[in-house]
Design a protein around this ligand. Structure first.
Ligand SMILES: [Zn+2]
Length: 435
């Protein structure tokens, strides 16, 4: 019995859903047909760093300190490893690297990105202990940098994973970066009306577009097409992975969770990318709504429309695999049939490479069809009627009430954590007394 979590950076739900409906993502579609699908799933953070603690520790971004520190959180990899699973992590993004503590609990942790960072010597030393992997990563880097690709493509991530997998009893997490800006789809995926030269030109504006999104306005159509081309590219990578797992006989014994850390903005609310860089943090649905599906032979395929969030992934895995850990801030997705409240948090400004100041905390909260965002300004929306979040409800009392509910929800985790810790202490004391 194995677990595999596949996260795809920046994959927003509505684009994914539309491309599935128009049969342009055959591999994802085939996978969804066999899975428990949540079509109203939300990320707990609007960008990578804020989002991942929920996916891998089952806690909210500002629980146990700000999200850039994982020190006081338990990683799902640690729980799997302590239960005798071989654990493998291949994240492919500097923000979720070993330097940021994401390697905890992993027997094998490869971040191809690290070869470009100060951590490269450290990584090189680790990989040297596993000679076949070292030579693969070396070849990969030569290959993709020489081709001008900004990220290691999914095909290579697959290869690294397949070469690291044991025959059985593994927990693996891989992260694809194909969909992340800048969008350089491989030639076969390049839209007919955009040459590689033009794609390069458009992408060269992206960096400036974070600060002055308006310069992207007349390029938006093409940017979106390039983005979609990358989603199709990721579909191929994912399909190849499933085929390879099937060939080696692992697929039938592997529970697979597919999701994304956040979406992508195309100026719907005035910003491009996943905000923060030069802009105030956003929590609109183009950033928070993400695909989520669970494939496991003992779970009936179904499409559920209830509101859920990614903080539920670790408790769900924990229960499916009967792991011995009880403290999570999410719930088991298999049992969730109704909407649950969703708290998403982040720093007011996304200082991706700075430490996060808890005083800069800002949030959004979804409950009973309503959603409040507190950045870039406080706005309340009825997302059941206004999913595009275009017409805020102008009722100060309703706004206050929603903020109160959000804070109360957040407090409930603090109390549960206190109880959990005091339980642990009394358990430990009992053991000592028993001696
Ligand atoms: Zn991300």
């Amino acid at each position: 019995m194995n677990a595999l979590v596949v996260t795809i950076d920046s994959l927003r739900f509505d684009v994914f859903d539309r491309l599935i409906a128009s049969d342009e993502l055959p591999n994802f579609k085939k996978f969804l047909r066999k899975s428990l699908v949540f079509s109203n799933a939300y990320s707990n953070g609007p960008y990578t760093m804020a989002s991942f603690p929920s996916i891998l520790t089952g806690t909210h971004p500002f629980s146990s300190g700000p999200y850039d520190s994982l020190e006081r959180r338990v990683m799902i990899s640690e729980i799997f490893r302590s239960s005798g699973y071989t654990t493998i992590g291949i994240p492919n993004n500097p923000l979720i690297s070993s330097e940021r503590g994401y390697d905890r609990g992993f027997d094998v942790f490869i971040n191809p990105w690290d070869l470009m960072s100060p951590a490269k010597n450290k990584l090189r030393n680790i990989l040297k202990k596993i000679p076949p992997l070292f030579s693969i990563v070396k070849k990969i880097n030569k290959l993709f940098f020489s081709k001008g690709l900004p990220y290691t493509p999914s095909e290579v991530i697959n290869e690294l994973l397949l070469r690291s997998l044991p025959d059985e009893k593994f927990f693996a997490w891989i992260h694809y970066m194909d969909v992340h800006h800048p969008y350089y789809p491989p030639k076969d995926y390049l839209p007919k009306n955009i040459s590689s030269g033009e794609a390069k030109k458009i992408n060269s504006l992206v960096e400036k577009g974070f600060k002055t999104p308006e310069i992207l306005r007349d390029k938006l159509k093409k940017l979106k097409v390039l983005y979609e081309a990358e989603v199709k590219h990721a579909d191929e990578g994912f399909g190849k992975l499933l085929d390879a797992l099937s060939e080696r006989g692992s697929l039938k014994d592997t529970c697979i969770i597919l999701t994304s850390d956040h979406g992508e903005e195309f100026l719907e609310h005035g910003a491009f990318g996943h905000t923060g860089i030069g802009n105030r943090t956003h929590f609109y649905n183009e950033l928070l709504r993400v695909p989520l599906a669970i494939f496991w032979k003992r779970i009936e395929p179904e499409n559920r429309k209830n509101v859920v969030d990614l903080v539920c992934i670790p408790p769900t895995l924990s229960e499916i695999f009967g792991l011995n850990f009880s403290f999570f801030e999410g719930e088991n997705l298999l049992r969730l049939k109704k909407d649950k409240p969703v708290l998403s948090e982040a720093s007011r400004i996304n200082g991706a490479f700075k430490s996060v100041d808890p005083r800069e905390r800002t949030f959004s909260f979804i409950d009973n069809g309503l959603k409040i965002v507190t950045s870039p300004r406080t706005e309340l929306f009825d997302i059941s009627k206004d999913p595009g979040e275009k017409s805020p409800i102008l009722d100060p009392d309703a706004v206050k009430e929603m903020i109160r509910r959000a804070e109360k929800y957040r407090e409930s985790f603090k109390n549960r954590r206190k109880e959990f810790i005091s339980d642990l202490v009394s358990e430990a004391l009992k053991k000592i007394e028993g001696y």
